[in-house]
Design a protein around this ligand. Structure first.
Ligand code: FEO
Length: 173
């Protein structure tokens, strides 16, 4: 994409970035719902982790929002789907969060590839920032899933579950 006085981002990248904005704000909604589900069960660590994750996702959405408008594209506030509000277990929640983060990473990589093909190095640089961020988020979420794989607590009332909760809370610090 050659920069012109009118715009510094192509229409194609603008479409992709708007879809990503929807995914980032969608992540905010999903994590807020996850935090609330865990909070209502009176756990401490899981809500802390997911409230913080929700805040970070909101910041991610805004980062792309501002970038797109600064490049003379047009960021569009998406209509968000109502997130899932009920999970069958904390393990179910953790696996859903990991699947979601992997989907986000793949989506960012597709934008990175498209920007690279166009020679849109501003968007490449933005995507690099996000991909590094994703590495950390995927790693943390995978650690939670790993804890379930290793410890395998039989119920929410067992001591191991409370220990996992404590560990997850520390990961939010
Ligand atoms: Fe901003 Fe973890 O996606």
């Amino acid at each position: 994409m050659k920069h012109t006085p009118e715009r510094s981002v192509s229409k194609e990248i603008e479409v992709l970035l708007n879809k990503q904005i929807e995914k980032e704000f969608g992540s905010w909604a999903i994590y807020l719902a996850m935090a609330s589900w865990a909070d209502c069960k009176n756990f401490v660590g899981f809500p802390k982790f997911f409230y913080k994750a929700a805040q970070e996702e909101m910041a991610h959405g805004l980062k792309i929002f501002h970038y797109l408008n600064d490049q003379q594209g047009c960021a569009v506030m998406p209509a968000l789907e109502r997130p899932k509000a009920v999970y069958t277990s904390f393990e179910d929640l953790a696996r859903a969060a990991l699947d979601h983060e992997i989907m986000i990473t793949n989506s960012l990589q597709e934008i990175y590839k498209a920007a690279l093909v166009e020679g849109d190095f501003s968007t490449v640089e933005l995507m690099q920032w996000f991909i590094v961020e994703q590495r950390e988020e995927e790693d943390k979420t995978r650690r939670i899933v790993d804890m379930f794989d290793i410890i395998n607590p039989p119920s929410e009332t067992c001591l191991a579950m409370w220990e996992i909760d404590e560990e997850v809370g520390e990961m939010a610090e």
